[in-house]
Ligand binder design. Sequence first.
Ligand code: MIC
Length: 313
Amino acid sequence: MTTVSPSVSNPGSGTPFTTQKRLRDLIFNNDGKIVVAPGVYDGFSARIALEVGFDCLYMTGAGTCASKLGEADLGFATLNDMREHAEMIANLDPRVPLIADADTGYGGPNMVARTLASYHRSGVSGLHIEDQIQTKRCGHLGGKEVVSIETFSSRIRAASQARQRIGSDIVIIARTDALQVSGFDDAVKRLQAAVECGADVVFLEGITSKEQGRKICEIMAPTPVLLNMVEHGATPSMTPREAQELGFRIMIFPFASIAPAYYAIRKGLEGLKENGETGIQKEFGPKKLFETVGLRESQEVDREAGGKLLAGV
Ligand SMILES: C[C@](O)(C(=O)O)[C@H](CC(=O)O)C(=O)O
């Protein structure tokens, strides 16, 4: 595995900057302002989110399954699929933290420890680990099953001990899918157990009302709670401002890039099939594409190193 350090210099402060510390600052020292992380599913969508100026990104597992494997979010993605994808995304801009989906942690305590260490070395700043069984599914589908609270606790404990062993600041987000399976009270017990095992942030998957959102934030305080804003899933749609008022501290929008991509791609391809025209905007030539994915920066690196080949691109 390529080892990429998430460190760059932090001009003016004298202390080394890491995206993991940056994420901790955004969550814990940001005057209660909610962290909004749009879902990105590949390098291109991540570059667009960076261009728009988000200060945190979220690598969706559902989007990774769809884009990297062409499969549904049903536990197809392995640790290597996810880690490799996360590493590429996390290192596009070494100043912007990436929270990445880590599903169930991909096995028993040793595998969870390995997952945490791999994500850390790949430059990921935060990861979420859940209590679904290994053959998991999207949290907004029916028929989910969860492991026991003891097994879930051992996943979170394994992650937190691994973090300590390797001296990482990665943010551990404990997710429970128990709400649909065994109800709110059991889900709360699982999240409380996860905090005792070292989770920094908790994530109650599939909340079904705003009131439930407010309640979980109150019960779990002062532990920050993440809201998963899957539009048209189990959770009512909310703006970041509303979520912040309910007490949430992080909000992910897993489908923020992949849903518009679906409609735009379909429209272009239908146009091509039906009348031979893609309808691509005039401004979108090769340069626009490559500038979106770092052409200028690459030219600069080449020029600074004394290269001449990219000057006339
Ligand atoms: C958050 C999530 O884990 C993701 O992969 O983005 C999914 C999103 C989805 O499939 O709707 C989840 O909520 O399970």
